[in-house]
Design a protein around this ligand. Structure first.
Ligand code: GAL
Length: 958
């Protein structure tokens, strides 16, 4: 009620209302206390803490019933205002999570739902000059809550900024910017609408626009088309030559989108025309054949657009500015094209989440997140599952990301009914249309999404129809429309955008003659815990099969919270929130504190701007980007040897156009080193400072690997035992790993537990042969031949025969005495890798502290593995332990045993430990994504019954 219509204008705060407010939480509290807005009371009030549920609602009512128990936060503050004759005072509430009710000086002003978009109210009639009281009451639940059932914490409060601004009676109402780019030229269509003119019957008002280029005058031959309203007149004062910066322009620029500094010299390139609006108060400016640089995520060129409303006296009565980009988004057949080129969507799903503040996110935090993503070659973001702060889109425009902007509609718990329920029709249309009206001028937004997981019904089609009419230049995305039939749902989705499809389904669809739309996965590569196996295989498909164009990893960040800042990160249930979905929100490729998980490094290599290979003795470099050449990068070459990297040198990347490849001669100094090399590493580094990374930042590293000479170990059969003071536990067979989330998934039907390999008990030892019984009594036979080659120096020949059932690992586990702190290995690294998630891992000699080898998945599980290891050296005050492997082994060196990892429910519960627990496996299962998506592929499953390998263990006390 009384909420003002949504618009694209970015009004600068005149009275900033962030900061101290009085607050009380009903029905729990009577006393008022001071809090700082933006504020989610759930992050600080023990009476109503965050509640994590994925699908089910946290109460038993059904739509549209509002639960009787409805925690309600009252925010109240005073503000002193001076009289502003002739101006209207507008209250802007950036985001209220819940049902917002506004009272000013005891007068009811209005209310709003739609938790992730701003609500604005004209409070002119309610305020006076002097002290005013503003009261914002946020009720946690409303009928609209059923549309905000996203897989996240339920939070409540005021999560974005609150401020006041004033506007003249006659003012800009909205500005809609439509750009296009084709054949090397841009065009621009600006619709300016006003508020106040139609009531006042004023005459003589005009509007004008100016485009300010960042570099040179670029406007050539502007062409003015007729304004929208027949009673408008057009002053065709087109001037191709640069003009001086009009008065007031610099002031306008200082209003620029929430603090983004203007850099570089600004030159006006057009003071193009004046259109006098008619009584309807609206006009259209159209220009084409503009000599502008195009916007893409790889080349995010922006221009400044100024819009001024001029009074009959010639005064600028109101003004707005926008950073605009010229680009064309089209679907042609089965391809999504940006400026005519097919782009691959290397995306992530992103939620607003900060461990200390919940969904309150500052610009600096957004910049940090986007910078990280850019440095890892992510080029697209789905704003799962609601519109983000407009500042987020400013940054996406500026840094260069393709955005799927998603409406705040998820009715997951009532997925079969809400989209058909006419009581929710207007709410659907309103949520989608308000998002479009706010965000349509952002070049980064290339696709609109109607929301997430709300079934599919006429309410979606109604919203889709509105968007198609108002903003025909952007495709629509809605997974629900195609969920049951990838050939259906055309009214609501221009993309086939499935969740977590199997490799087989994608392959089959690509070959299906009925397929008629691009396939872009809205969610895939589910990253809960130690996961994201198979990402490289997805990318093989995306890069080779027609119609497949990438997708959005689920998801960017874990949602763990740490409201008190004590480092004890929490997930569902940790706040006493019952019922809950536990750890289902720990599925990011980065931890909540923004530390990248190894999975993000895997994505970095796959998303890299280049691929490298050898062509005879020359290095072939393919630029896999769609637009940019490689001039932004240096190549750093280095040779990996068992002794470490040698011969590093840096040279500018060759000039190779997007989509093209070149071969270059390797420098002689590198060639000379290749004789003993494990690999040649080609790393790509930025050449210039950018908002998102300083010059010299590595954004990808690729390798050419060479055949490895494997250690030859003596083989004898002297028998004997392995014993040494440096061994707390001697090597023994292990077939188990602390279950990853995927391993434990019901999708895998508890197959590992059913195998009984979690406990193997020796039942018969006969010389070299040990027979074990699994937990369910099946027999495992392990034969070990030990050759003692010197003091503390053993060669072990292992042979293992398994019963049926699927093991997670086959290998040896042993534990060292205390006093080891350092690890050096020759194999894949430096980050954690598993057989189905190691396409970006690098072969070389790596070193690290033992403490830092583990990956602290908040729910402890198997972690820290490194594959293809031929040598491992552990050292410290206690001595040195070296293992050498005739066949490369998968290693894990950890401070914790499998049992400890399995028992702890949070990483921070693990006891501090000086232990060194070592696993060396001849085979380890891939990690897959079976919680939600495909399991690891057959090649990475342990289905062999027999394993044999040889290794050497050398222990040296100081
Ligand atoms: C998807 C959903 C996501 C998330 C994920 C499970 O179906 O769209 O929001 O819930 O499952 O983590």
């Amino acid at each position: 009620m009384n909420r003002l219509p949504m618009h694209s204008l970015r009004r600068a705060p005149e009275v900033d209302l962030d900061g101290t407010w009085e607050f009380r939480l009903l029905p729990y509290q009577e006393e008022w206390k001071s809090v700082q807005v933006p504020d989610l009371w759930t992050m600080r009030e023990k009476d109503d803490p965050p509640h994590y549920l994925n699908v089910a609602m946290p109460f038993e009512e059904v739509p549209p019933t509002v639960p009787a128990h409805n925690p309600t936060g009252q925010y109240r503050r005073t503000v002193e205002l001076a009289a502003q004759p002739g101006r209207r005072t507008i209250l802007h509430v950036g985001a209220a999570e819940g049902h917002l009710n506004v009272i000013v000086n005891d007068q009811a002003v209005g209310d709003s739902t739609d938790s992730h978009l701003a609500a604005e109210f004209d409070i002119t009639e309610a305020v006076t000059s002097g002290v005013n009281t503003i009261e914002l009451t946020v009720a946690k639940w409303s009928a609209a809550t059923y549309l905000e059932d996203q897989d996240h914490w339920w939070q409540s409060g005021l999560s974005r900024s609150v401020f006041l601004y004033t506007v003249p009676e006659v003012r800009l109402g909205d500005v809609a910017v439509v750009t296009d780019y084709a054949d090397g030229r841009g065009s621009l269509n600006v619709t300016v609408s006003t508020i106040g003119l139609d009531h006042l019957h004023e005459v003589g008002w005009s509007a004008r626009i100016g485009v300010l280029g960042r570099t040179e005058s670029r406007l050539i031959a502007p062409r003015v088309v007729e304004p929208a309203f027949p009673d408008s007149t057009v002053d065709r004062s087109t001037r191709p030559e640069p003009v001086g910066i009009p008065d007031g322009v610099m002031n306008l620029l200082s209003l620029h989108a929430a603090g983004a500094p203007i850099v570089g010299e600004l030159r006006p390139i057009a003071d193009i025309m004046t259109v006098r609006p008619g009584k309807a108060g609206s006009a259209v400016f159209a220009l084409d054949v503009l000599d502008v640089a195009p916007w893409t995520a790889e080349t995010p060129h922006l221009e400044d657009l100024l819009v001024e409303l001029v009074s009959p006296e010639g005064e600028v009565a109101d003004a707005a500015n926008f950073r605009i980009g010229f680009r064309r988004v089209r679907i042609e057949g089965r391809d999504l094209l940006v400026n005519g080129e097919r782009v691959l969507i290397q995306g992530v799903n992103r939620h607003d989440v900060n461990p200390r503040t919940g969904r309150v996110i500052t610009r600096d935090q957004m910049l940090a997140e986007l910078s990280l993503l850019k440095r890892f070659n992510v080029n697209a973001i789905r704003t799962s599952h609601y519109p983000n702060d407009p500042v987020f889109l400013d940054l996406c425009d500026e840094i260069g990301f393709y955005v799927v902007d998603e409406a705040d509609i998820e009715g997951h718990a009532f997925t079969t009914t809400l989209a058909h329920d006419p009581r929710y029709l207007s709410e659907f249309v309103e949520r989608v249309s308000r998002m479009v009206l706010r965000d349509r001028n952002h070049p980064s937004v290339i696709i609109w999404s109607l929301g997430n997981e709300t079934g599919y019904g006429p309410n979606h089609d109604a919203a889709a129809a509105w968007v198609r009419r108002v903003d025909p230049g952007r495709p629509l995305h809605y997974e629900g429309a195609i969920a049951h039939d990838w050939h259906g749902g055309h009214a609501a989705s221009d993309l086939v955008c499935p969740m977590y499809p199997s490799f087989e389904a994608l392959t089959a669809f690509s070959a299906d003659p009925r397929a008629d739309r691009p396939v872009i996965l809205c969610e895939y590569a589910y990253s809960q815990g130690n996961s994201t196996g198979g990402l490289a295989h997805y990318w093989e498909l995306f890069e080779s099969l027609p119609g497949l164009q990438g997708g959005f990893i689920w998801e960017f960040k874990d949602h763990a919270l740490d409201p008190d800042g004590d480092g004890r990160y929490r997930y569902g249930g940790d706040f006493g929130d019952e019922p809950n979905d536990g750890t289902t929100l720990l599925n990011g490729v980065v931890f909540t504190d923004l530390t990248p998980k190894p999975a993000l490094y895997e994505a970095r290599g796959l998303f890299s701007p280049i691929r490298v290979s050898m062509d005879g003795g020359r290095l072939r470099i393919r630029n896999r980007q769609s637009f940019a050449d490689l001039s932004a990068y240096d190549l750093n070459l280095r040779v990996e040897t068992e002794a470490g990297p040698v011969g590093a040198l840096t040279l500018p990347a060759p000039r190779v156009a997007a989509g093209e490849e070149v071969t270059i001669d390797l420098p002689g100094s590198i060639v000379a080193l290749l004789g003993t090399a494990l690999a040649l590493t080609v790393s790509l580094r930025t050449r210039e400072d950018a908002l998102w990374a300083p010059a010299g930042t590595e954004i990808a590293a690729h390798q050419i690997t060479f055949p490895r000479p494997l250690p030859q170990l003596p083989r004898a059969s002297t028998g004997g035992e392995v014993r040494h003071p440096l061994l707390r536990r001697v090597p023994r067979l292990c077939l188990w790993r602390a279950l990853t989330d995927n391993d434990g998934s019901f999708m895998l039907d508890h197959r590992f537990v059913r195998s009984g390999f979690f406990r193997i008990t020796p039942v018969d030892v006969d010389g070299a042969i040990t027979r074990y019984a699994t937990a369910y009594g099946d027999e495992v036979v392990h034969t070990r031949t030990v050759t003692r080659v010197g003091e503390g120096d053993y060669v072990l020949d292992e042979h293992v025969v398994l019963p049926s059932g699927e093991a997670l690992r086959v290998g040896m586990e042993f534990e060292l005495a205390d006093g080891f702190d350092h690890a050096r290995w020759v194999g894949l690294g430096p980050w954690e890798n598993y057989p189905d998630r190691r396409s970006s891992a690098l072969l070389g000699a790596w070193e690290n502290r033992i403490d830092d080898l583990s990956v602290p998945y908040l729910k402890p599980q198997e972690n820290g593995g490194r594959g293809e290891v031929t040598e491992l050296v552990l050292s410290g005050p206690a001595g040195t332990v070296r293992t050498t492997h005739a066949t490369p082994l998968h290693m894990t060196v950890s401070r914790h045993t499998i049992e400890e990892l399995e028992t702890a429910t949070h990483w921070w519960e693990l006891p501090p430990s000086a232990r060194t627990v070592v696993h060396l496996d001849i085979a380890q299962r891939g990690v897959g994504t079976a919680m939600l998506g495909p399991d690891t592929r057959p090649a990475y499953r342990l289905t062999e019954r027999e394993y044999a390998w040889q290794w050497r263990l050398t222990l040296t006390s100081p």
